[in-house]
Write a protein that binds this ligand. Structure first.
Ligand code: DAH
Length: 357
């Protein structure tokens, strides 16, 4: 071996290394090329191992010839490696990366369910007239749901309320437990009247909203579970005119200032006289349509002057005080406000229904 043939072999090695580096398609491929050329068992070492056959003064010259080849190969490796890594990153970004031009997902905003929303609106309107909201239990005694409201046991008026009775163990405490009375799921919010009268003395102005239950055949306008808001006012000199004025103000606030209203005679055991309160149909504006059974009117609540027996049952002297009461279906008011045709939608838990309101 002489210097010239070393030179030839070094050049050949360099050229093949460059070609292999350029052809490597991955960082792993480059690693293989690197160890094949520059590694401990690589070609460059093997070539330089032959240096021992040279004369003492040629050895450093060959060493000097080998260095630029090694440096060129190292530089080419580094450059190619950087190029491959950049391309790999680019590819990953393309495959997994975020598309920043995509529109964002809007934050989901909840809102009140139409029933509590309507309940609050009712409370807000009557609140302007000094009515305050009080709560009353859903599991009630026969006494408060019926008897104290002038509906004796076995009286035909009970047929107006399809009742769900609750069994309780003989030992259980609670309302009516002393005399072994029936417990039931309240069929209306009216027992709240008796509770309010027994708790406070006149003047009384309360609303009691909440869930009621009846043994109903469920259809688009009847649920076995529904909502009512009860109102009660007791004071000296309270008259039917006050009731009418208050309900008119309510109807106008809830259904528009031009909404016609009317009283019709009605019957409830706990009021005398009793009325049904109607508003002009919100669908046809009084023309007559299927929604109002072609009458042009819709009944939104029952009301009347509190029966003297009921006042007395509430611990109030009917010779001194008078009162009026009213009860409305919250579901019905909400259905009229939002043009909902099926009462079952309220409790069906379908977000598509709730989001459309
Ligand atoms: N409690 C009655 C019902 O559920 C509604 C009602 C009517 C309540 C007249 C009243 C009232 O306070 O005076 O059908």
């Amino acid at each position: 071996m002489d210097v010239a043939s070393f030179q030839v072999q070094l050049d050949d090695l360099g050229a093949r290394a460059m070609a292999a580096i350029a052809a490597a398609a991955s960082p792993e491929g480059l690693d293989a090329v690197e160890s094949g050329i520059l590694g401990r068992k690589g070609e460059l070492r093997a070539l330089l191992a032959g240096i021992g056959t040279l004369s003492a003064q040629d050895r450093p010259r060959v060493g000097a010839l080998a260095n630029p080849v090694r440096e060129a190969v190292e530089a080419a490796l580094a450059e190619r490696r950087a190029g491959l890594e950049a391309a790999a990153l680019e590819e990953r970004l393309r495959v997994e990366g975020e598309d920043v031009t995509m529109p964002g997902r809007p934050a989901w905003r909840g809102s009140l369910h139409p029933l509590p929303e309507t309940e609050r609106e009712i409370a807000r309107i009557f609140g302007q007239f000094g009515f305050v909201v009080v709560e009353s239990p859903e599991v009630e005694s026969d006494e408060l749901n019926f008897q104290a409201l002038n509906i004796p046991a076995d009286h035909p008026a009970r047929d107006l309320w399809d009742t769900i009775y609750v069994e309780r163990p003989a030992s259980a405490a609670g309302p009516g437990a002393e005399d072994g009375q029936h417990l039931l799921l309240r069929t209306h919010t009216s027992p709240g009247q008796i509770r309010a009268m027994r708790q406070a003395s006149p003047p009384i102005r309360i609303l009691t909203p909440g869930r009621c239950y009846r043994y109903e055949a469920v259809d688009a306008s009847h649920g076995f579970e529904f909502f009512q808001v009860e109102g009660l006012m007791v004071d000296e000199g309270t008259s039917m005119a006050h009731l009418r004025g208050l309900l008119d103000a309510f109807a106008h606030a809830m259904f528009g200032a031009d909404r016609p209203t009317r009283f019709r005679p009605g019957y409830y055991p706990f009021t005398e006289p009793s009325v049904a309160f109607d508003i002009g149909c919100v669908v046809c504006e009084g023309q007559g349509c299927p929604a109002c059974k072609r009458t042009g009117w819709m009944t939104i609540l029952g009301a009347g002057m509190v029966h003297p027996v009921v006042l007395r049952n509430g611990g109030i002297d009917p010779e001194r005080y008078q009162g009026f009461a009213f009860g409305m279906g919250t579901d019905r008011i909400a259905m009229l406000r939002y043009a909902i045709t099926d009462i079952r939608a309220f409790l069906a838990n379908d977000l598509r229904f709730l989001e459309r309101l």
